[in-house]
Write a protein that binds this ligand. Structure first.
Ligand SMILES: *Cc1c(COP(=O)(O)O)cnc(C)c1O
Length: 395
């Protein structure tokens, strides 16, 4: 049986990735610096534009950690984080000893609700006497958040924005690349993201000084002495010249990947149109929004019945019975799907953190499913997936 995965790594036809790796071996640059690292950073700087500087790192999580280090947070500091996200958005806040404060989503983009954000800021100031130090909005599944409104709030309260655009490489808002709106932007090149370096990430920095400081933090904070001298705690977070070689090859097909994700999304929208009880999540009609559609997602109406559905009444934060039944049926047909990300304010590890919630992310989590979208998903695959979804519905 053929297996169709959510989002698989996909190398260029020309095999450039292997050529750059071979060059690294041939010239003995098998270290966390070298020509591939420098060139990959140049490629990324050209790609994101806005005269930003990019430092490549061992992961997107490391990039968020280093962005927070730049802010000199103290243990009593708070960082506002979108609750509807992957744990890597908020975990680094705990690495620096600060507290994440979670903010729920709005219905349009599924990302941070600007009204709730402002409410949270006012309430934190009232309760703690301190303004939160940073805001981490997320571009979940590639969808831009309400950038203009969030930026306006951040500016009014003087709070730094770190954009977690790990899922949104190539998404735009008003023509401008996501990850270039805030002080810092984050990219991920994990195996399942828009491009891969097997594992890796990058921090988009405002200028070269910041980039050099990021690299300094990422290479154990070595001072400029002939011997090892350390005046700050550093990290071993730099990307290797081998991984950067893969990244250089992948940059030659990033545009194709984005076009393919958008094409697959358009197919889902088209052939699931009119299937009662199933709603494909679309980007807002406002033409400024341009999602890369890293993953296509659907919502199942709670009244929709799926074959084999095991109804149990529960008040837990978990996917509805019809969502779970559809996931199992698709899995039996060789199709990988996955519930939407479980909100951080519902995670046991974060149960004691302040959270400003409105029910949106919990509802989306209970009703949603991610569908295969990557560059390996063909038109025939989409037709097969939709056929299986339709056949799973009890009419
Ligand atoms: C993947 C991801 C990250 C982290 O990236 P890694 O490279 O896997 O460390 C951060 N935030 C979000 C929203 C992600 O999806």
């Amino acid at each position: 049986m053929k297996h169709i995965y959510l989002c698989l790594a996909h190398m260029s036809e020309s095999g450039l990735e292997q050529q750059y790796i071979k060059e690294a071996f041939d010239t003995n640059w098998v270290v966390p610096l070298g020509p591939n690292v420098t060139s990959f950073e140049k490629d990324l700087e050209r790609f994101v534009g806005m005269d930003k500087r990019v430092a490549v790192l061992s992961s997107g999580t490391a990039a968020i950690h280093l962005a927070l280090l730049h802010l000199n947070l103290k243990p009593e500091d708070e960082v506002l984080v979108q609750s509807f996200t992957f744990c890597a958005s908020s975990n680094p806040v705990t690495y620096v000893g600060a507290t994440p404060v979670f903010v729920d989503s709005e219905e349009l983009t599924w990302n941070m609700d600007p009204d709730l954000l402002e409410e949270a800021i006012k309430d934190r100031i009232a309760k703690t006497g301190r303004t939160p130090k940073a805001i981490i909005p997320v571009t979940l599944y590639g969808m831009p958040y309400q950038i203009d409104r969030i930026m306006d709030i951040a500016e009014r309260y003087g709070i730094t924005i770190i954009e977690d655009t790990a899922e949104a490489m190539g998404s735009r808002f008003g023509g401008q690349m996501l990850g270039t709106f805030g002080q810092y932007g984050v990219l991920s090149f994990n195996g399942n993201k828009m491009i891969t370096t097997s594992g890796g990430g990058a921090l988009i920095c405002p200028d070269d000084k910041d980039k050099q400081r990021t690299i300094w933090f990422a290479t154990q904070a070595r001072e400029n002495y002939p011997y090892y001298q350390h005046e700050a705690i550093g990290y071993n977070y730099r990307m290797s010249n081998i991984c950067a070689g893969i990244g250089r090859g992948q940059m030659t097909i990033i545009d194709e990947h984005i076009a393919h994700h958008r094409h697959v999304q358009a197919l889902y929208e088209q052939i699931l149109e009119g299937v009662e009880g199933i709603n494909v999540h679309r980007q807002p009609a406002d033409p400024r929004y341009e999602s890369n559609f890293w993953l296509s997602t659907i919502l199942l109406s709670p009244t929709l019945r799926i074959k084999g559905q095991n109804d149990t009444n529960t008040t837990l934060c978990e996917p509805n019975a019809n969502v779970d039944a559809l996931r199992v049926l698709l899995d039996q047909a060789g199709i990988e799907s996955r519930p939407l990300w479980k909100p951080m304010h519902c995670q046991p590890i974060y149960q004691d953190c302040p959270a400003y919630v409105n029910g949106v992310s919990e509802r989306l989590f209970s009703q949603g499913l991610c569908l295969p979208t990557g560059p390996c998903v063909t038109d025939e695959d989409v037709a097969y997936i939709v056929k299986n979804i339709k056949e799973a519905i009890v009419r």
